[in-house]
Design a protein around this ligand. Sequence first.
Ligand code: HEM
Length: 397
Amino acid sequence: MTRRSLPVVPSLSVNLYADDVLADSRDVFARIREAGPVVWLPRRQMYAIGRFADVRAALRNDAVYRSGAGVAANRLSNHLGRHTTLFSDDEAHTRRRKVLMRSLAAKALVDIEPQVDARADALIERLLATDWFEAATDFSAHLPIGVVAELVGGPEGGERLLRWAAATFDALGPMNRRGLRSARISFGLLLYTLRLGAAGVSPRSWAAAVFDARDRGQISTRQARGLVIDFVAPSLDTTILASTHLLWVLSRHADGWDEIVADPSLIPAAVVENVRIASPIRGFTRRLSHDHEIDGTPLPRGSRVVLLFGAANLDETRFPSPESYDIQRPNGAHVGWGNGPHACAGANLANLEMQALLRAMAPTSAVWPPATPLGCATTHSRASAGSPPASASNQPA
Ligand code: HEM
């Protein structure tokens, strides 16, 4: 009997988590895509998948690509996150996600839409009256911080939640100096949720909804608190980074902005295309439950694999001219919000917030060219494919 000879996995000595790569991952992503359907990263002792079709197939195959052993690149965070929806599989995942979606599904958000629009209108009116503003803090952070803090309904304000959320993302990379520093801050979010109970949260808030589910016996108290982490950790800097990139990309693609002003029905597509290029979450990991092959390349059971949403979203075989911002792009569906069973539970809210900003801006025809470039990235999230603006000016460039 002859044994089938399997292709060897290419090994790439790139550091996915170096500061310069976090600020701009495009070259490393391209090298990973070019090297093969799957590559070995010796420095991190894990595999990486960067081609669109392979990342999407892996996201859909949760029987093999498991999240229950964590989606981080280090053991500590994989242990600490175990009560969340993102770090779960099968029946536990279905149960947790069902509780989350009671608050996050499109129909649950209908009532807050006018409120988000009003906040966006007031924000744009205020910014138009200023000479300059800081894009990330004054433009992008305003809605997520205000809206999420109020909807979660806990005793902590939005600024503190953002500090914890950003640190939680940084703690999902390797336990290097950045990871250790962030894990300490992110621990604050864990402690905060451990002290939360039904009595300390606003009635009819998202936190109240998870404690109601606990009272109905659908989840345990520990899981209810884990779901509060699901509401806070992924909802802030993701949307803030995407909104900053939105402003940046529109300031560079005046034609895209003109199209939106002329036809605001393009706003949803403009937001979706922006998340493709920005890919605020670069990628998360999975652990393989079985031996597995991609295009004949073997991957052993138990190995950790990082699924690079950001690399997949720039795959030229799926998105021609992947770096150009094209709001009329045919076949523009991407994996910036993930795909399959763990696809982003908060995409409706993120879309609502970003669309509200554009709806408020469109009648003013305002777009603010960036003044000062800023590399703004966290371990798993990043603001842009290039340099997003730290500040923007109402004066013409
Ligand atoms: C532009 C903004 C956002 C982006 C780009 C984004 C991206 C993602 C991605 C890529 C995943 C899949 C992760 C994986 O499969 O490993 C995910 C999952 C998730 N996101 Fe988001 N997200 C955003 C906003 C939000 C918001 C606003 C919330 C909550 C209010 C949220 C809550 C979640 C939750 C709970 C999951 C886990 C779902 C599950 O495991 O079933 N996200 N997100």
